[in-house]
Design a protein around this ligand. Structure first.
Ligand SMILES: Nc1ncnc2c1ncn2[C@@H]1O[C@H](COP(=O)(O)OP(=O)(O)O)[C@@H](O)[C@H]1O
Ligand SMILES: [Mg+2]
Length: 282
């Protein structure tokens, strides 16, 4: 079995994946997607499964679409990635499957934002770009004045994508949230991300500590993973007074700072999962 590692810049995560494959004596073909010509009439596929690790989400999604069209199984699949790249699509899928998640709405204008906020339980709310990551461009909106200001800035300065306003109820949490690493439906490990700031991303200074995988967490993540289809996923989970709720689900996951606190080889589990996917196809 040979894994095609679709990549652009090789980051810490890709180095760990290369090392894990070597340890398992699994052949890995590095495919820098920036140097490829994705023409189905002449492309020679010489691997059994494609693992997407491209930094640009847009480019990664095109590469996945291409290989799936050629009949190559991909991790993650196009279907899984296309839902989880978008917070609104993710929320809709979770809601439909009755999986505990934060209350949300999507609007295009201030008047409708006020209506939605009322239904969400009033201020504060959080506004997020539906396609964002790393905690960027999130805004906690405490009142009508700040709502007006933020929406005006987005409308005047933002790209079309930033003119879709994804709103969530702001949930108070215990100075941390949970990131669960869910591979093939199994939560292999999790971290707490502790932060004095309400945005706990490690990219924003949150610190990672091991989080025990309780039955509640494992069951929630398993159920969530089955909603669209299993893959290699990182689920952001918030501890609320009503129990655990999923905030968002990530594909093309970052994990380089989570192997040490958890003591789990996430890279190894990803390689093993790719082999499983390839074997299931053959
Ligand atoms: N509705 C919310 N209530 C409380 N905290 C939130 C809420 N939404 C996001 N956060 C905090 O902000 C972080 C980043 O939000 P998230 O939705 O995961 O966006 P990103 O894709 O940028 O990581 C979360 O990990 C959490 O700490
Ligand atoms: Mg997140």
């Amino acid at each position: 079995m040979r894994i095609g590692l679709l990549h652009s810049t090789i980051r810490g995560e890709e180095k760990l994946l290369i090392k894990a494959a070597k340890q398992r004596k699994v052949e890995l073909k590095l495919i820098d997607i920036r140097k490829e010509v994705f023409d189905p009439e002449c492309y020679q596929v010489d691997f059994d499964v494609a693992l997407e690790r491209v930094i640009s989400n847009v480019k990664g999604m095109y590469a996945v679409r291409f290989f799936e069209a050629l009949g190559v199984p991909t991790v993650n699949s196009y279907c899984v990635a296309s839902i989880y790249e978008d917070k609104f699509a993710t929320s809709l899928a979770l809601e439909k499957a009755n999986i505990p998640t934060l209350k949300f709405a999507l609007v295009f204008d201030e008047k409708q934002a006020l209506q939605a906020i009322e239904r969400l339980g009033g201020f504060p709310v959080v506004i997020k770009p539906p396609l964002g990551s790393w905690g960027r461009l999130l805004a906690k909106i405490n009142d009508k004045d700040s709502l007006e200001a933020v929406l005006e800035h987005k409308n005047v300065l933002g790209s079309p994508q930033h003119k879709a306003f994804y709103l969530q109820k702001y949930v108070s949490k215990p100075g941390r949230d949970i990131r669960a690493f869910v591979i093939g439906g199994k939560t292999i490990c999790a971290i707490y991300r502790n932060s004095a700031h309400w945005i706990t991303n490690t990219a924003r200074g949150g610190r990672a500590f091991n989080c025990p995988v309780t039955k509640e967490l494992a069951d929630l993540c398993k159920k969530a993973s089955k909603t669209i289809g299993d893959g290699v996923l990182a689920m952001d989970v918030i501890e609320t007074h009503e129990g655990l709720k999923i905030n968002e689900i990530n594909h093309t996951i970052e994990f380089k700072n989570s192997e040490e606190p958890t003591g789990v080889s996430i890279s190894g589990a990803i390689i093993d999962y790719c082999l499983e996917v390839a074997n299931a196809k053959s």
